[in-house]
Design a protein. Structure first.
Length: 289
């Protein structure tokens, strides 16, 4: 059975490694009422969505389609992935709806996230360890085994455009066969929070530069840009590390994380593991200096 997973396992649902493979192997899915409804209700480009939650506008390129939140939720529900209505914006994919690639968008109203150091090695170790722990239960339940193999592009913050970006090479083993996939993410920081856009595709199909061509069309409205921050505006408790790990907290990080995690109990254990691993590495460094 193909398994779809949240690669960072902290609050967010990150990855849908074998969706397009599942669709290719199971034509009944494409012929289902849900997929028919998705195709009918999707908005095809060229298209301008003038207002997303009073934060940004989004242009959809010709040849692409935008799947609205309700239909996007139904799409992800098929593969066992819960969405949070308060954050889920929608899905962009090709207008042929073969889902050989797609970009998943959410908005986190976290408050202004101050620039902080990105600890690349520790983040990557936390990701790998959390997935390894989740594979124990996955194997017991007949699900596929997942591996994060390497950075394709290490996490980097561009202060000129206020974006954090990275991509990862992942492998999923299904019935003895290995699938290799690219997972690229761009975080677009704003005054009140940030958009997270995640691309999932075959490793040879699309990359971070392709995702950039999509996110360049997501533009914050006047007064909502990162540089529009003024002293006294709400400030997030999140660091860049916790944003990458999915922890874009509001003023009370504990309350926010509990509310979000309650949307899908399967992420709770993985969230705790990822945080423990990340913090334990910090503590080890302190005592080994």
């Amino acid at each position: 059975m193909s398994r779809i997973f949240g690669y960072l396992t902290v609050i967010i649902i990150f990855n849908f490694l074998a969706i397009y493979t599942s669709l290719a192997q199971d034509t009944s899915l494409e012929e289902s009422d849900i997929f028919s409804d998705i195709r009918k209700k999707a908005q095809t480009g060229p298209l301008l969505i003038e207002n997303i939650w009073d934060q940004a506008k989004l242009s959809i390129n010709e040849g692409h389609a935008f799947i609205m939140p309700q239909e996007g939720k139904e799409f992800m529900d098929i593969f066992g992935n819960a969405t949070t209505p308060e954050t889920f914006v929608g899905i962009i994919t090709d207008n042929d709806f073969k889902f050989e690639w797609f970009a998943w968008i959410r908005y986190i109203k976290s408050g202004y996230v101050k620039p902080t150091e990105i600890n690349k090695a520790e983040l990557f170790h936390a990701m790998k360890e959390s997935i390894q722990h989740s594979n124990i239960d996955a194997e017991k339940n007949g699900l596929s085994i997942l591996e994060i193999l390497s950075w394709i592009d290490e996490p980097v913050y561009n202060p000129n455009i206020h974006e954090i970006s990275w991509s990862i090479l992942a492998r999923e083993t299904i019935d003895g066969k290995a699938l290799f996939n690219t997972n690229a993410t761009i975080i677009k920081l704003g005054k009140d929070g940030y958009f997270e856009v995640v691309l999932v595709a075959d490793k040879n199909a699309k990359d971070l530069s392709f995702l950039k061509s999509i996110t360049d069309n997501l533009i914050f409205l006047e007064g909502k840009k990162y540089e529009d921050y003024k002293v006294g505006d709400p400030v997030s408790t999140a660091t860049f590390d916790s944003v990458i790990l999915g922890g874009g907290f509001k003023e009370d990080p504990l309350e926010s994380s509990i509310q979000t995690l309650s949307q899908n109990y399967k992420f709770i254990i993985l969230t705790i593991l990822a945080l423990i691993i990340f913090l334990s590495n910090k503590i080890k460094k302190l005592f080994t200096k």
